[in-house]
Design a binder for this molecule. Structure first.
Ligand SMILES: [Zn+2]
Ligand SMILES: [Zn+2]
Length: 304
């Protein structure tokens, strides 16, 4: 009997009534440096067919409660903590903090009040180092990092930050990967999003969506859908109908398997050193053009 097990954050989407909710967690309005007032940003994402949206102005809170009655989107309160250091998304809190130079204090404020924190666009700027790796590694309390921030496609640096993510995961910093528009202008909308697994029998709520994100029951996307992701003992099964290629990535970014198809399975080797050598497996799905989807990491465990 194999003693290797995969520990997935996902619900078993092959069974039950799972619904996928699409959301952007990073958008600016005229409250800071966005080009549109909150109502217009909300209307734009509603038009795109999203299910949830966070308005995250720089060091300022949009009064999303006021807008909730006018939209079918679930609106999450948010702030992008920006001044005096690397940017951090604060989600789910109706409070604004004076940004501390010590980013651990920023995270402590967010977590103490039950909010969700995400470290933003690590590879932004000409030095590709907006969020220094050593700082991300040292900070505690963040639920995740932006592995894709679409606005960086038109700025200096790299939108993609899966390199930073693999380094954190490989050194026991277990954080989820988020993809966001960081929308400032209409042309920024609908480029990168998160898709959360939701129990279809209940209507979406702010608290429920936050808990789903905190638990890692979502994937990140720039255009590919993951329809099913399921573990069976040591094996991971993935179905992504519009993928042309699926890769299984393990510790330090090692690609354990590549399958040129819309569905694939990978089985962890049944060896005692599997936890130390591979640690986790995550899925990357490649679709048409530059479209991708990224699963959350799935921990590899060994029962000795
Ligand atoms: Zn930012
Ligand atoms: Zn931003």
């Amino acid at each position: 009997m194999t003693r290797v097990r995969l520990k997935s954050p996902y619900l078993d989407s092959a069974t039950g009534s799972v619904r996928w909710l699409r959301g952007n967690l990073h958008a600016h309005t005229t409250i800071s440096d966005g080009s549109r007032p909150p109502e217009q940003v909300i209307a734009a994402y509603e038009q795109l067919g999203y299910d949830f949206l966070a308005l995250t102005d720089h060091d300022a809170l949009a009064p999303v409660r006021e807008y909730q009655t006018g939209t079918r989107l679930t609106l999450l309160p948010g702030v992008e903590v920006s001044a005096r250091g690397p940017h951090i998304l604060q989600l789910g809190l109706e409070a604004v903090q004076e940004p501390a130079v010590d980013r651990q204090r920023v995270l402590d404020f967010i977590t103490a009040q039950g909010g969700l924190a995400v470290l933003n666009h690590p590879n932004w700027q000409w030095h590709f180092n907006h969020f220094p790796q050593e700082l991300m590694q040292a900070l505690n309390g963040a639920a995740g990092i932006e592995i894709y921030n679409a606005v960086i496609d038109r700025l200096e640096g790299a939108a993609l930050a899966t390199d930073r993510w693999d380094r954190l995961l490989s050194q026991d910093k277990w954080v989820w990967g988020f993809a966001n528009d960081d929308s400032h202008y209409p042309t920024d909308d609908g480029r990168a999003w998160n898709v959360a697994q939701w129990d279809a029998s209940a209507p979406p709520t702010v608290a429920g969506i936050l808990e789903t994100l905190r638990a890692g029951r979502f994937y990140a996307s720039t255009g590919v859908s993951i329809e099913m992701i399921r573990v069976d003992g040591p094996t991971l099964h993935v179905v992504a109908p519009d993928a042309q290629c699926i890769r299984f990535v393990t510790r330090w970014g090692v690609v354990a398997q590549t399958v040129e198809a819309a569905q694939a399975s990978w089985t962890a080797p049944d060896t005692p050193d599997v936890v130390e050598s591979l640690k986790y497996v995550r899925v990357e799905c490649f679709g048409m053009g530059s479209r991708m989807a990224w699963s959350q990491p799935i921990a590899i465990e060994y029962q000795s």
